[in-house]
Design a protein around this ligand. Structure first.
Ligand code: DGJ
Length: 756
């Protein structure tokens, strides 16, 4: 089956001539491109006049020619025969990559400022080509080329259509990339603009995707929150005007995620239509849906145009980050599973992509800054007895850092705390049979640091403007290669000094006073994007030079849980809120587009440090089990009964981890609309094994057990329940449900189902 079909069409139409009072025939040539995935079709057409129009996106149709959708019963506002109505054509036609200033008053995807200071853009189709697989995206800078995070595919896994558009006035060329994946209902898009003219041009807006769809009667789903409650699902009906989520903070943020979905009003986990959009980017973004005058919806996503401008010299190119689009006609659940498969197979890299991750113990909630070698070794000793596999030393091991007020940028060991040095500590931990991991916050600089004293100009700042501190720190100017090189050589020295097998890369503040003391005035608005490119450059170097290193990204909890980060690290810290009950919403919301295999999740001590709640140790384990799993507590001081549970908890995690990492996730309850309980399951791809978990929030007086319908099983096969030993068909388990009897606040149960 072809994934991308190209048809040259000669269409015959009839147009009503108002002046003459009669129908008149006319013809139009066009090239129709139809991208097909197993369950979706995406069609676009380059008209004879050069306009690139959107034709269709939605449930798969094998109809070869969908171009009739361009003129749905309307008087055709075709430029060729209707130049007097050009304004109407521009403002009502569905465009693939809408531009600013020529009559399309909806949100535009592309806007430039030329050397004369004017802004109107015209993009005309020039040519196209198709390649097997998927080209790498990169951005050339003055002193290096940065590979952008993006999904990847082998030659037989995807096809890419590249349409070249030209801008006659300035000589710009825009290449629009569309990749259709053969086995997944995914289309990815990105844009590369090259200045083939002679004058520099300022790009003021370059979004990654724009799509005009016939779906105003839909809901808009976004993932919003704050520190300690990241990615809560918000759902509201679309309405006229613009609905948007964005970040202007320099990172994807706690507050909103570069994700949106448009779903039919009836869509739930199992039924209805869902269009999911996710930007493979970790900086300022917008994700917006605009219901227009004729009740079409324009959905756009890309780098936030606020305070963005990129000076494109003659001969240079700019690459917009990739946008991922997923279509599902089987509800939100299927949309999520498609994202999960895509990211697990085509975004996450490195040897840990398919490998079990070590069960770790992190000392942050155990000690905060108050630790030394002896304390860490005592934790490691106790951890080793319980079957834990790695000790992670968190914040506070460097410079003279004893609280969060100093030393960021001074990445050398504080030997007052770590007597005998890092090598000694790591050797001792390794002797106990544990791997060793370490924390860095490489993008930051403390005012009280040797680095700041030597290079005060390396912090992001605006000359003459007071610098705002946040957590008593500044952000390093990662647009400067010498800054990145300095930090990288410090990190490398630490990595070479001991057997370090894991890094937690943290980022604990957002950007203010966005200025670089190095960039020229006309490039200051490039800082936001150049900062993100700098982070990507450094993470690329880190994982290329250290292919066996396990990298976990983190940002003050889960402020940078985005596909850009997933390209570099197979796991990301989901939230600083480790309370099992709060995690129900956080992990449920995160799973809307990110796989459980990527979610950092730990069992912590009680009362919980963020919410003060006490939950059973077993429930904490059952919730953390659907993530990367680890402990974040002082194992030398927790109650003996809890410590005694750890070996069995780890055994349970290891038993079900292959299902969590490789299987399909089904959400069985909606904790956002009914916060009394949650339930989910993971099913193996061959549907022979499944693990089910239910968590009760508060106990309910005088209720019988809950009947929970399972999902994802083979209706025709029979399954044994590990809880009751009973055997039922998948059909019964899914249509009628199982009775789950949970008594007590915050209680939980895990049940395995095996096909007989
Ligand atoms: C924020 C992270 O989310 C925490 O896990 C911890 O690493 C602290 N930063 C350390 O400062």
């Amino acid at each position: 089956m072809e994934t991308i079909r190209v048809q040259k069409l000669h269409k015959e139409y009839v147009k009503w001539n108002w002046q003459a009072g009669r129908n008149e025939p006319f013809t139009e040539d066009m090239t129709l491109f139809t991208l097909t995935t197993p369950g979706s079709t995406y069609a676009l057409a380059a008209l004879e006049s050069g306009y690139l129009c959107h034709v269709y996106y939605g449930k798969r149709t094998d109809d070869e020619d969908l171009s009739y959708l361009l003129h749905l019963g309307e008087n055709p506002y075709t430029p060729k025969v209707n130049s007097r109505d050009m304004g109407t054509f521009m403002d009502t036609t569905s465009f693939e990559y809408p531009v600013y200033g020529t009559g399309d008053y909806r949100e535009s995807a592309f806007m430039i400022r030329d050397s004369k200071g004017t802004a109107a853009v015209t993009l005309r189709y020039k040519s196209h080509r198709i390649t097997d697989g998927k080209p790498v995206l990169s951005q050339e800078l003055e002193d290096c080329t940065v590979r952008l995070p993006a999904t990847f595919a082998d030659k037989d896994e995807a096809k890419t259509l590249i349409i070249t558009m030209e801008e006659p006035r300035t000589g710009l060329e825009a290449e629009l990339y569309y990749t259709a994946f053969t086995g997944l209902d995914v289309i990815t898009r990105s844009v590369v603009v090259t200045n083939k003219g002679t004058e520099p041009v300022d790009i003021e807006r370059i979004l990654s995707t724009s799509i005009d769809i016939e779906c105003s009667e839909y809901d808009f789903i976004t993932l919003n929150g704050s520190w300690a409650r990241e990615r809560f699902i918000e759902r509201a009906p679309l309405h006229h005007g613009k609905q948007l989520v964005d970040s202007a903070r320099g990172e994807s943020s706690h507050q909103s995620n570069p994700f949106m979905a448009l779903v039919s009003h009836n869509a739930d986990e199992r039924i209805g239509e869902a269009f999911g959009f996710n930007l493979v980017y970790s900086g300022n973004f917008i994700a917006q849906a605009e219901v227009t005058q004729h009740k079409r919806t324009r959905a756009v996503m890309g780098i936030n145009p606020l305070d963005f401008r990129w000076k494109l010299e003659s001969g240079k190119s700019f690459t917009a980050p990739e946008a991922v689009m997923v279509y599902s006609s089987e509800g939100i659940g299927k949309m999520s599973r498609t994202f999960h498969d895509l990211y697990r197979q085509h975004l996450i890299r490195g040897e840990y992509r398919d490998k079990a991750r070590p069960v770790l113990i992190n000392n942050w909630e155990a000690t905060y800054f108050d630790f030394d070698t002896d304390k860490l070794i005592s934790i490691a000793k106790e951890a080793a007895k319980s079957g834990i596999e790695m000790l992670v030393m968190d914040d506070g091991w460097f410079g003279h850092r004893n609280t969060d007020n100093s030393s960021l940028g001074d990445w050398y060991v504080n030997e007052n705390k770590l007597k005998g040095g890092l090598g000694h500590l790591v050797d001792e931990v390794n002797k106990l049979g544990l791997k060793f991991g370490i924390w860095f916050e490489p993008e930051m600089i403390s005012p009280d640091s040797d680095l700041y004293r030597a290079h005060p100009d390396w912090a992001i700042q605006i000359e003459g403007q007071p610098m705002s501190q946040s957590r008593e720190q500044y952000v390093l100017d990662y647009s400067r290669k010498e800054v990145r090189d300095n930090i990288y050589s410090q990190i490398t020295a630490i990595l070479e000094s001991a057997n370090i097998e894991y890094i937690k890369w943290d980022m604990n503040r957002q950007i203010t006073e966005p200025g670089s003391l190095k960039l020229p005035p006309e490039r200051q608005q490039e800082l936001w994007h150049r900062f993100v490119l700098g982070v990507y450059d450094l993470q690329n170097r880190l994982i290329t030079d250290h292919p066996h290193l396990l990298l976990e990204n983190c940002s003050g909890g889960g402020a940078r849980f985005d596909p850009g980060m997933l390209f570099f690290s197979p796991q990301i810290w989901t939230s600083d809120d480790t309370d099992a009950i709060e995690r129900l919403k956080i992990q449920h919301g995160t799973s809307v587009c990110y796989p459980a295999s990527a979610m950092g999740a730990h069992v912590s001590d009680c009362p919980n440090h963020v919410v003060g709640r006490s939950t059973p140790f077993a429930t904490r384990g059952n919730v953390a089990m659907v993530g990367t799993f680890g402990y974040e507590l002082d194992i030398t001081r927790i109650p003996e009964a809890d410590r005694a549970e750890i070996p069995a908890q780890i055994e349970q995690f290891k038993k079900y981890n292959p299902l969590v990492r490789k299987g399909d996730q089904y959400r069985l309850a909606d904790i956002f609309s009914d916060n009394t309980f949650d339930a989910w399951m993971f099913v193996s791809k061959d549907k022979s094994q499944a693990v089910f978990t239910a968590v009760q929030v508060l106990g309910r007086p005088n209720y019988h057990s809950r009947l929970i319908k399972l999902d994802g099983l083979d209706p025709g096969r029979k399954y044994t329940s590990s809880l009751t030993g009973e055997i039922h068909t998948g059909a019964a388990l899914m249509n009628c449900g199982i009775a789950v009897d949970l008594s007590g606040d915050f209680s939980s149960v895990v049940i395995e189902f095996n096909a007989v």
